[in-house]
Design a protein around this ligand. Structure first.
Ligand code: 13P
Length: 253
C-alpha cells in the first residue's frame, strides 16, 4: 500500500518564533489525536534545524522548500542538500511552479537538484502542473509528462522509491480555485500511467501522488477519496494548525 501524505509548504511565511509556535501547536494536536497519514511540514531554511529538533520524537517529518543545484563552494546565499540533511530534515520540495517561474529553474537545474538531494539521502516532493493557458489549450498531460521526463525519469527504480509527486495546477495555487476532484483524479491517473511506462505497474502503484492548489479542510475529503490521489501539498491552509489538522483529518473520513 502506498503512503498517504499531507505535506505543508509554508513558502516565505513565518518568522522563526512564529514557525516554532506553529510546529509546536501542530505537534500537540497530533499527539492528542494520531493522524491516519504521514504528516510533513516544509519550512524555510532558517526554521529547519529548530523545527526538526522540536518534532524529533513526533509523527511529523520536516522538509525544506528548495536546495542548491551545486554540492558546495562559492555560491553566496545558497543552501546545499547536505546542509538541509544535516538539520534533521527528511524531505525537500523541488520543481515548485513558483521556483520554476520566479527563479527561472529549468528542467536541467532541477535534475541537478534532484540528483544532489538523493545523493544526500533526502526524499523529494517533486512538483509538476500546468498553467491556466496550458489547461485551456488542453495540453496539461503533455506538460506534466515533459516535466517528469526533464528532471526525474532518469532515476533508477531504486532511486524512484524516494520520490513523491505533487500535481499542482498553477491556476489553482493560492487562487481559491481548486481543481475538481474529477479533474484532479484524471490527471493523477495519467501521471501514474506515465510512471508505469517507465518503471512498471508495481512501482507506479507504490508511488504517492499528492494534489496541491487551494486544498482545504472542506474540499480535501472529496479529493482524497479518489483512487489516485494520495494526499495533498498544502500552502495557505498549512499556516494555521487547526486548518492543517482539518486536512489531515480528511483521511479519517
Ligand atoms: P495553496 O494551498 O496556497 O493554493 O498553495 C499550494 C501550493 O503551492 C503548495 O505547494
Amino acid at each position: 500500500m502506498r503512503k498517504k501524505i499531507v505535506a505543508g509548504n509554508w513558502k516565505m511565511n513565518k518568522t522563526l518564533q512564529e514557525g516554532v509556535a506553529l510546529a509546536t501547536e501542530l505537534k500537540e494536536m497530533l499527539e492528542a489525536e494520531k493522524p491516519n497519514c504521514e504528516v510533513v511540514i516544509c519550512t524555510p531554511f532558517i526554521h529547519l534545524a529548530t523545527v526538526a529538533e522540536l518534532t524529533k520524537d513526533s509523527v511529523i517529518a520536516v522538509g525544506a522548500e528548495n536546495c542548491a543545484d551545486k554540492a558546495s563552494g562559492a555560491y553566496t546565499g545558497e543552501v546545499s542538500a547536505a546542509m538541509v540533511k544535516s538539520t534533521g530534515a527528511e524531505y525537500v520540495i523541488l520543481g515548485h511552479s513558483e521556483r520554476r517561474e520566479y527563479y527561472r529553474e529549468t528542467p536541467e537545474i532541477l535534475k541537478a537538484k534532484v540528483d544532489l538531494a538523493l545523493e544526500n539521502g533526502l526524499k523529494i516532493i517533486f512538483c509538476i502542473g500546468e498553467s491556466l493557458d496550458e489547461r485551456e489549450k488542453g495540453v496539461q498531460e503533455t506538460v506534466c509528462r515533459t516535466e517528469l521526463e526533464g528532471s526525474v525519469f532518469h532515476l533508477t527504480p531504486e532511486q524512484w522509491k524516494q520520490i513523491v509527486i505533487a500535481y499542482e495546477p498553477i491556476w489553482a495555487i493560492g487562487t481559491g480555485k481548486t481543481a475538481s476532484a474529477e479533474q484532479a483524479e484524471e490527471i493523477h491517473a495519467f501521471i501514474r500511467k506515465c510512471v508505469a511506462e517507465v518503471y512498471g505497474a508495481e512501482v507506479a502503484e507504490e508511488t504517492s501522488i499528492l494534489y496541491g492548489g487551494s486544498c482545504k479542510a472542506s474540499n480535501a475529503p472529496e479529493l482524497f477519496a479518489k483512487p489516485d490521489i494520495d494526499g495533498g501539498l498544502i500552502g495557505g491552509a498549512s499556516l494555521k494548525a487547526p486548518d492543517f489538522k482539518g486536512i489531515i483529518d480528511a483521511w479519517k473520513k
